[in-house]
Design a binder for this molecule. Structure first.
Ligand SMILES: Cc1cc2nc3c(=O)[nH]c(=O)nc-3n(C[C@H](O)[C@H](O)[C@H](O)COP(=O)(O)OP(=O)(O)OC[C@H]3O[C@@H](n4cnc5c(N)ncnc54)[C@H](O)[C@@H]3O)c2cc1C
Length: 422
């Protein structure tokens, strides 16, 4: 794998045959999640396709020329021509493989796939998801000498790693940068001895037999499973959102706010996350318009006071977005006034969305009892409806989704499991 700059783009990429180019940034958790996958695939495909990285902040004009709006972004080239789709955001290993395979003859792809050898490993407990809930369960299990593996499709940390500042996690006098809090949580659990398999693709989950397959070839068996997969931003499902995701619409201020220096931004939402993240974005952007459906913010009083004191932020209450569209360099957000039913347009350089979370249960949706919102039902020891399967954190049915409540769930599940295994 090679790191290049814009000046080498012509020779290394356009004249480089088959090339995959990664525009990455620093302080970018999705970039960190991509790095081990990119490196692993370079090992497999490296003789046929050149793997190249470019630091986006220092090569901005080139990135912009190719429509790269957020990090990481992967571009694919074949003999100087851009091919396939641009991949951006939380990029899955399987999506990259799909694109790489399309660049090679089928026989060569089959040859490469034969090199991958299947493997099987066994643990007492398998935790799916390394956010605060999963990390805490991993810590308690490890300290009880229970052989535990933590599996995550991204790097450890969950939502906290992409939260700008956390001011309500006990034990710290000053607000903590989210990445640091999650890094410390993760290191504590890792140093204890819990095995990590992160930034992987979870290919299959068999809850009945307590087996999980990752990256298509690695089977992990356990006696108990803890589901700690949290939530993800749900697309609002309105016109233009899918098309502009990663190209002007972002769900991660930590990742993308820095690209809006002196620009105007729209923030959708009015809860704690939206208010805290808008405050962070205002360190870069010149003007922020928040769009909130209710007539008052739902964030806590401390966050609201911070917002009121911030001259760069104004709030459009009782409005909802109806569509997004690109007009030249700008994103046009059409909003409806919920009282008058009239629509108007907000023209900005970018949009951040902090609403509509959905539980991450796709791989086992039909296997467990869920509430009417799709969250997993548990008992007070975090047991789900399936024997030997526990669930903790934001993915479970409960009233309040916070770091403190996720770590509490993880604690309870781990203590209950350690007692059962004894
Ligand atoms: C922008 C924002 C700001 C916030 N600010 C605060 C705050 O200031 N204070 C506070 O207390 N709370 C805050 N929260 C809420 C808090 O982050 C969550 O309550 C907490 O992170 C929940 O932890 P969790 O472990 O349940 O899930 P998550 O943190 O969501 O972690 C889930 C993990 O599971 C992984 N995963 C998902 N699917 C799979 C799969 N199929 N297989 C394996 N792994 C999978 C994910 O990659 C992730 O790492 C904020 C949330 C957001 C979105």
């Amino acid at each position: 794998m090679k790191e290049i700059t814009s000046s080498e783009f012509e020779t290394e990429v356009l004249a480089g045959g088959k090339v995959v180019l990664d525009f990455y940034s620093t302080e970018c958790p999705p970039c960190e999640a991509l790095a081990p996958k990119f490196e692993g695939l370079a090992g497999l495909y490296g003789n046929d396709i050149m793997f190249v990285k470019m630091f986006r902040q220092q090569n901005k004009p080139l990135a912009e020329k190719y429509g790269v709006k957020s990090s990481p972004t992967l571009l694919f080239f074949d003999n100087g021509v851009q091919v396939g789709n641009m991949l951006t955001g939380g990029i899955k290993r399987s999506d990259i493989i799909h694109q790489l395979d399309a660049m090679l003859p089928t026989e060569r792809v089959n040859e490469l796939k034969k090199v991958i050898k299947p493997s099987v490993s066994e643990f007492d407990v398998l935790i799916l998801g390394a956010g605060p809930g999963g990390l805490t369960a991993g810590l308690y299990l490890c300290q009880s000498k229970v052989n535990t593996v933590l599996i995550d499709i991204a790097l450890p940390g969950g939502h906290v790693s992409t939260t700008h500042e956390v001011s309500n996690y006990p034990g710290f006098i000053d607000p903590q940068p989210g990445y640091l809090l999650s890094h410390n949580m993760s290191e504590q659990t890792k140093l204890c001895g819990t095995v990590y398999k992160v930034a992987v693709d979870v290919t299959k989950i068999d809850l009945e037999n307590k087996e999980v397959v990752i990256d298509e070839f690695e089977t992990i068996k356990a006696k108990k499973i803890i589901i700690a997969t949290g939530t993800s931003p749900n697309l609002m499902g309105i016109a233009g959102e899918r098309e502009l995701k990663g190209k002007g619409i972002s769900y991660c201020a930590t990742c993308d706010a820095k690209y809006y220096g002196d620009k105007e931004v729209v923030v959708i939402g009015g809860g704690n996350s939206a208010v805290e993240e808008a405050d962070f974005i205002s360190k870069f952007a010149s003007k922020i318009t928040m769009v909130h459906q209710f007539d008052a913010l739902t964030a806590n009083k401390q966050a609201q006071e911070k917002l009121v004191a911030n001259p760069k932020i104004s709030v459009l209450f009782e409005h909802e977005p109806r569509s997004f569209a690109r007009e030249g360099d700008k994103i046009v957000t059409e909003v409806e006034n919920l009282k008058t039913k009239t629509t108007s347009k907000l023209v900005s350089d970018g949009v951040f969305i902090f609403i509509w979370m959905k539980p991450n249960i796709e791989l086992f949706r039909d296997k467990l009892e869920l509430d009417s919102w799709g969250y997993i039902k548990t008992d007070e020891d975090m047991r789900t409806s399936m024997p030997g399967v526990y669930a903790v954190g934001d993915v479970i049915s409960k009233k309040y989704r916070q770091i403190t409540t996720a770590v509490a769930d993880g604690t309870i599940a781990a203590i209950a499991i350690a007692k059962e295994l004894d």
